[in-house]
Design a protein around this ligand. Structure first.
Ligand SMILES: Nc1ncnc2c1ncn2[C@@H]1O[C@H](COP(=O)(O)OP(=O)(O)O)[C@@H](O)[C@H]1O
Ligand SMILES: [Mg+2]
Length: 358
């Protein structure tokens, strides 16, 4: 029987030029015998990169360990022991009477990382520009609407005075008062939007979702009562703290719950059911879900849902969800819609845990 050392490197011994050639190649490079796929020789780069990988002495086993087909030329593979990525190339080589397959493995980890960073930066840029355009549109709209609304309120007040002095019909007076209430409400909405858009510097720290939810419910208590609607708060006990700007997240939850209340305006009071759920999801994020029993959304609507100024309401602005999504994306979370299987909608958002972020 041949001694193992001699069996391992027959061609290298027989083709003394091989080691020198491999040594001159600046990438991880190795030669395998074409006949049986056994490693014949490898350069320093190859040893550094792959000698820790069991099976690297056999072409098929090496390919299997890297998760690529044994003959895949140009495959990109991740070395499981180091986490580095390699572009693998196989080339036939006949040297001094030996038939070999030459493997080069170029470390592309740095390039992939750069690509990844680039992609991340582009996404960030896209997000920032979206946030700006929503903000700018909201600011412009608020500015444009504020003055005519103030004028409408003034005219209505003037008319009310005249009707009062002339002892005019009570119906007219009631209609004028109702119109003024609406106009004042519209002004209030706009000033809330302006307040939001006035680029408040976000400040993130550890926040308790339960406290945020209770604040929001307090703000909406009157509106819920008026609609004879109970809001169930079903947050799992000991929900971890989130890393977030409290006021911004309050704004998001407020918007979602308001939408849910508005979605149930048309259904019988007994069927109105609004739930807020909170849990830790599979990605270890905190997921807050707002569930309603409204009419839900059809496919076309759910596609446009987050576009600024998309609204199906006569009194809607259509910027609530667009702003909410920007806020949640700023927090590295996701805001999404799901149809509720037994009728209604689910609007959910995720936030990262505060743990390890402070
Ligand atoms: N819970 C919900 N159920 C059904 N439709 C919804 C719900 N929330 C939002 N929508 C739809 O998305 C649209 C956009 O919502 P939003 O951005 O908050 O603007 P607005 O409430 O001013 O219309 C709404 O007009 C409505 O058609
Ligand atoms: Mg809304």
């Amino acid at each position: 029987m041949t001694p193992p050392a001699a069996r391992r490197r027959p061609a290298a011994d027989a083709a003394p030029g091989l080691g020198a050639i491999l040594g001159a190649i600046p990438f991880a490079c190795a030669a395998y015998a074409r006949a049986d796929g056994a490693l014949v020789a490898g350069n320093r780069g190859f040893t550094d990169a792959f000698s820790a990988l069991p099976g690297h002495r056999d072409r098929a086993q090496l390919a299997a360990a890297l998760g690529v087909p044994a003959d895949a030329d140009g495959a990109e593979a991740r070395a499981p022991h180091s986490g580095h990525w390699y572009a693998l190339h196989w080339r036939p080589l006949s040297l001094e009477g030996h038939d070999l397959e030459l493997l080069t493995a170029v470390d592309i980890s740095a390039r992939l990382e750069a690509l990844d960073t680039h992609k991340h930066q582009q996404e960030k840029l896209l997000f920032t520009s979206r946030l700006m355009s929503v903000g700018e549109m909201a600011a412009t709209l608020a500015h444009e609407l504020n003055q005519p609304l103030a004028a409408i309120v003034n005219y209505l007040n003037g008319s009310l005075r005249l009707v009062g002095q002339a002892g005019g019909p009570a119906q007219v007076e009631r209609a004028l008062v109702a119109a003024r209430t609406q106009a004042e409400h519209a002004s209030a909405v706009i000033s809330r939007v302006r307040e939001f858009v006035r680029a408040r510097e976000p400040k993130r720290d550890a926040q308790d979702v339960t406290v945020i939810a209770n604040t929001v419910l307090e703000l909406l208590r009157l509106e819920a009562e008026r609609q004879q609607l109970r809001i169930d708060l079903a947050l799992s006990a000991a929900l971890p703290m989130v890393y977030a700007d409290r006021v911004m997240v309050e704004q998001v939850l407020l918007n979602l719950v308001k939408n849910a209340i508005e979605a149930m305006r048309e259904i019988p009071a007994a069927q109105r059911e609004l739930r807020i759920e909170g849990r830790v999801n599979l990605d270890d994020e905190i997921e807050v879900r707002v569930l309603d029993r409204g009419g839900g959304l059809d496919a076309a609507e759910s596609e446009q849902l987050f576009s600024p100024f998309f609204t199906t309401k006569t009194d809607g602005l259509g910027i609530g969800l667009a702003i909410c999504r920007s806020i949640i994306e700023y927090h590295e979370g996701r805001l999404f819609f799901e149809p509720r299987p037994d009728g209604g909608s689910v609007f959910a958002f995720t936030l990262p845990r505060a743990e390890g972020r402070l």
